[in-house]
Each structure stands twice: as C-alpha cells, then as structure tokens.
Design a protein around this ligand. Structure first.
Ligand code: COI
Length: 354
C-alpha cells in the first residue's frame, strides 16, 4: 500500500521558501519547511508525524553515534513540464532501504510510513521542488538506532526521518579520479551493498588523500588484489569499450544496487547498446585505453545522475578522456531527463505521481 495513512501534521507558521534563492542551490544545503519523524519501540512503529523541520534532541549515549546502526536513501522528486510533482522510482529505494535495514540488523520500515509518509510530506512542501534544469527536490530518508546504552548489541529503539532539500547539480564539472590501491571500500560478506552511514564515513580519508593530489575522488578496487573495479566515489561506474557498456556485476555484494545504474542499463538496452555486467579489472581498462578502444568513463548515482570522468590515474599513468566528445553517456542522460520531464513516454512506470 502506497497511499496515505493517518499521520499527524503540524504545519509551519511561516514558510522559509521566500528566504531562499532558488537560482543558487548547492546540493544538500537548504531544507524544506517540514520533516517526517517516526519512532520504533517495543517492536512497532509509532508517533508518525509531519512537523516543522527542526533539530533533534538526543542522548550522548545514543547507540547510532557509537556503533553506527544508521542507514539512508537518496531519491529525487521533479516537476514535469505541466508542473505536476513526480518522484523517480521511489519503490526501488524503499526496497533497498529495507535490504540495508536487514543487513544492519535494524527493523523494516513499512511501506505506508516510507512511501505514504514521503508522498504526504512532498505534497505539503511541493512548492519547494525546483523546476530548473538539472535541479530537483532531493529526498533523504534515514533511520538510526536510538537506545541510550553503550552495550554492543542491536538497539531496541530506532528513529526514522525523511527530510527534503531543493538541490542543484551535485558535480558541476567532469571529474579526475585516482585508482585506489591502499584503502578498501567493501569486501564480500561485508556491507558494501547496503546504504549504511559507515560506508560513506569509511571512504572519506581515501577521497581526502586523492583531493590533496588534485583528484576529485577514487575508483574503488577489490580488497584482495586492488585490481577488480567496484565503484567510483559514491557512484556506480560504467566504461564504454568497443561501444559496449561495461559495469561491475553486483553478485559479490560489494557494490550498491544503484537505481540510476539499473535505469541506465534499461536505457542502453532500449538504445541497442550492448551492456555487460561482469568483473572488470583495471588492467583491462589500461589495455583498452592503450589500444584506443575506451571512449567514455562515467559514474551514475541519484545525486549526480551521470558524472563524466575526464582522467583516471593508475600508478601514475594518466588516462585522459575528452568528455566533450562523450556521445553514449550524454545520450543516456538526455534519455533519462526526457522521462523525468515527461517529454518521453514513461513506459517502465518510473515516474511516481506524488
Ligand atoms: C547517490 O548519488 O546516490 C549518493 O549516494 C550520493 C549521496 C550520498 C550524496
């Protein structure tokens, strides 16, 4: 059931919308007037409410701060060409959220709270959805453990929130990427496929060290050989080699099941571009580069959508790509944008009416 449930609603007295310049929206900086909050206690979700966006009160001993049972999602809402609000594939995020919850030994959030609450919240704050190109309302559901107790065990209480931020593009320019050989993001049996907070916290030092060398992010490699490619920064990665789109397979559980990744694969299949989901090594990429066979490298994710990569550096060998000549990734970006703007038939039923 994705319809409305009985959620108590307290509205703001005065909207902050007029204080915000909708023409200058850095990603994730401004939040809308309202948020959704729910608590899990004694095996059930309760206190489901929509209320003015506000700080939380927490115990210093709150379990999530110490032991990291914390998961989130990233989803986007748009307005179509007629001004109607739509959410892009939120059911996929809902399912992934609960897969993350299961892996982190956290309770499942029911559909009527996740989906029904999200719809109600967005309807209330719909004036905040930016209509500008490459802009959207970024939706951030998050759940974390709230037991006030330092024993290491799964918490018995949790909080679920949804907050919303009107946002511009995540990465403005093509990226320079270092192939990571020291740090590891994920290993089989770990939590790489889950969208838990620690995956992001654990990646920051690698990114900071890459930044110091003049790179925007890292290309993650496997934990054993630092050879098999996983993700780029916080995104899934695609290579166009001999006009075939290659992306690392998901079967080892080390890679997030990206909703944009899956959408891009469907788009490529529709466009007649062969897609291979398989293991791909950095050696194969270097070889293809030396033979002039690799034409495009890009990341896909909810925040950035399609992020072209202009340089990949492996052991000091710089592989440069002319992102202005990228045809396949720009075609898929246009294809996705047209579906999102309601200019192309939504034959997969991806646009979810608020
Ligand atoms: C995404 O693009 O899906 C992300 O996870 C990035 C987000 C953490 C800002």
């Amino acid at each position: 059931m994705t319809g409305a449930m009985d959620i108590s609603v307290t509205k703001v007295e005065r909207s902050k919308l007029q204080d915000i310049n909708l023409n200058d929206l850095p990603f994730g900086k401004y939040f809308t007037d309202h948020m959704l909050e729910a608590d899990y206690e004694n095996g059930e979700w309760k206190n489901v409410e929509i209320k003015p966006y506000q700080p939380l009160l927490m115990e210093p001993s709150m379990a999530a701060l110490h032991y990291g049972q914390s998961i989130f999602e990233g989803i986007k809402a748009y307005v179509d060409k007629d001004g109607n609000p739509f959410i892009f594939r939120p059911i996929e995020n809902f399912k992934r959220f609960n897969k993350s919850a299961a892996r982190m030994n956290m309770p499942i959030v029911p559909e009527e709270i996740f989906m029904g609450g999200m719809r109600q919240l967005i309807s209330l704050d719909r004036a905040w959805i930016p209509a500008k190109k490459d802009h959207s309302l970024y939706i951030r559901p998050v759940m974390f453990s709230t037991d006030a107790m330092l024993g290491v065990r799964p918490s018995e209480t949790y909080k679920f929130l949804i907050i919303l931020c009107p946002s511009g593009p995540y990465f403005a320019a093509p990226m320079k990427i270092m192939v990571e050989e020291k740090y590891t993001r994920a290993a089989p049996g770990g939590v790489g496929f889950a969208k838990n907070a620690g995956n992001y916290g654990g990646s920051m030092l690698a990114a900071t060290e890459a930044n110091k060398k003049g790179y925007n992010q890292v290309l993650w490699t496997d934990a054993f050989e630092h050879k098999w490619l996983q993700e780029v920064g916080m995104m899934n990665v695609f290579f166009i080699i001999n006009n075939v789109a290659i992306t690392p397979a998901l079967d080892e559980g080390t890679i997030l099941e990206g909703v944009t990744r899956e959408s891009v694969i469907s788009g490529f299949q529709e466009m007649g571009i062969t897609v291979e989901e398989r293991k791909i090594s950095i050696d194969e990429v270097v070889e293809a580069y030396k033979n002039g066979k690799i034409s495009e490298v890009f990341g896909t994710g909810t925040a950035a959508v399609i992020a072209p990569i202009k340089e990949l550096n492996y052991k000091g060998f710089a592989m440069n790509f002319d992102t202005d000549s990228y045809k396949i990734s720009s075609a898929i970006k246009t294809w996705l944008t047209e579906i999102r703007e309601g200019k192309r038939e939504d034959k997969y039923g991806w646009m979810f009416r608020v």
